[in-house]
Design a protein around this ligand. Structure first.
Ligand SMILES: NC(=O)c1ccc[n+]([C@@H]2O[C@H](COP(=O)([O-])OP(=O)(O)OC[C@H]3O[C@@H](n4cnc5c(N)ncnc54)[C@H](O)[C@@H]3O)[C@@H](O)[C@H]2O)c1
Length: 424
């Protein structure tokens, strides 16, 4: 049975560990966080993800997964550690370099090393290859094999997607690509596209950049439409009737650890040429300020207003608040001395001060929806507003169907039609 060392047991590394163990590999899961390892070795997982817990429990019981603080000799090393942004928005490779250095003493002839972390183009074939070749006696493509294989899974659906999604495998040489692709062939049901490392790195970044740019276009569309007193949401729905047009949903900004970060990894490599990508980032990053200015406008005649924020995650129906525009909007509102209460059925955490829906709404002057959780779609808003001081709802996610309400009862502002109503 082949042995794989997976370095980094987070949202990507742990499901990868579980699926590899399920498919005839013995897996050593390595992490610097001992709490994660303690849990793993008891067959427990440290975040919620459907089906993952059961697989991990079974595989740990069968001794096909073992958690360790240090790597050990193996046939394959897969690295899935964080690659956040630095202050200047360039990619912080500290974790990745340290993870690569941690495997060097254990590398043997014919080993395959795969980087799954998201990285700027040129990183695998550049800095990573150099570290390995300088500090070991091996030569990439000759007696060891190095590739980048980015992840595309959607949290909440990882176990299905890790198996069914198409994969890109980009090696430093053709042989590196083929060897790495064979590792994934054991469990991937989607197609495996083999390319070079730089193309694989750029493809991954471009997928998220495509979405960031298109969300920016939708955000710009609603800000222009609001300025011109046009219902931006109507524009989107009508324009999308064109067979080849698909304008995305506008919202309070773009968050999470992928869309809000990955475009910067392209910008850092070609700043002079990344005009649309940089502008899209600016547009999306400005949305929290746009929301703030509109909240201020809507609340301008109200003394000491209280805002009930609904949803603080970076998008609907997830528990993740990393890079969430909602968190930034709350800070901006607090800086302007708004009183804030927070309701989010998907998030727990004492330091976030999340309260029940009734407590959040009581005495509030506005419900400000910042994450499109399904729970917010069909709430009985007519009942809910009874304990509010002012019945204003500002839905920045456009999740409430305005046609269900008439504004004699309740004043609902969607992001796409802030100060005017649709003719229809
Ligand atoms: N989460 C996603 O949905 C997703 C999707 C696609 C790509 N990615 C990329 O995958 C990579 C990993 O992301 P994640 O969400 O799994 O991160 P994560 O923060 O959930 O987990 C990373 C883990 O790596 C560990 N770690 C850090 N340095 C280490 C080291 N030197 N040795 C061993 N362990 C170390 C951390 O303790 C942590 O448990 C990132 O580059 C990310 O951009 C993530």
């Amino acid at each position: 049975m082949k042995k794989i060392c997976v370095i980094g047991l987070g949202y990507i590394g742990l499901p990868t560990t579980a699926i590899l163990a399920l498919h005839e590999y013995k897996v050593i899961g390595v992490d610097i966080n001992e709490k994660i390892l303690e849990k793993l070795n008891k067959g427990e997982i440290h975040f919620t993800e459907p089906f993952l817990g059961n697989i991990v429990k079974t595989m740990v019981d069968k001794e096909k997964i073992m958690g360790k603080t240090q790597p050990e000799k193996a046939d394959v090393f897969i690295i899935a550690v964080p690659t956040p942004c630095k202050e200047d928005k360039s990619c912080d490779l500290t974790y990745l370099i340290s993870a690569v250095k941690s495997i060097l003493p254990y590398i043997e002839k014919d080993n395959i090393i795969i980087i799954e972390s998201t990285i700027p183009p040129g990183t695998t074939d550049g800095i990573i290859k150099s570290i390995i070749e300088e500090k070991t006696k091996f030569k990439v493509g000759h007696n060891i094999y190095l590739a980048h294989c980015p992840e595309r899974v959607l949290p909440g659906n990882i176990i299905k997607e890790i198996v069914e999604n198409n994969r890109i495998v980009g090696g430093c040489t053709r042989e590196c690509s083929q060897k790495a692709a064979n590792v994934y062939r054991a469990f991937v049901k989607g197609e495996i596209f083999v390319t070079d490392a730089k193309t694989a790195e750029m493809s991954k970044l471009m997928e998220n950049t495509f979405r960031d740019v298109n969300i920016a276009l939708a955000n710009e569309l609603v800000t222009i439409s609001n300025h011109l007193q046009i219902n931006g949401l109507d524009v989107i729905s009508i324009a999308n009737k064109h067979p080849r047009v698909n304008i995305h949903n506008p919202g309070p900004g773009v968050g999470g650890h992928c869309l809000a970060i990955d475009p910067y990894f392209i910008i850092e490599k070609a700043p002079q040429l990344s005009n649309i990508i940089s502008t899209a980032r600016k547009v999306n990053s400005s949305m929290p300020h746009y929301i703030l200015s509109n909240v201020k406008e809507l609340m301008k005649d109200i003394h000491n207003p209280k805002i009930a924020v609904f949803g603080i995650t970076y998008k609907g129906n997830v528990t993740d608040i990393r890079e969430s525009p909602a968190i930034e909007i709350i800070k901006l509102l607090e800086n302007e001395n708004f009183k804030i209460s927070i309701y989010d059925p998907h998030v727990q955490g004492e330091n976030l001060n999340i309260v029940s829906i009734d407590e959040a709404v009581e005495g509030a002057d506005m419900i400000l929806i910042l994450a499109a959780h399904d729970e917010f779609k069909n709430l009985n808003y007519i009942n809910l507003i009874k304990t509010m001081k002012n019945p204003i709802i500002f839905d920045t996610t456009n999740i409430i169907n305005l046609k269900n309400y008439d504004n004699t009862h309740i004043n609902i502002k969607n992001l796409g039609n802030l100060f005017h109503n649709s003719y229809t």
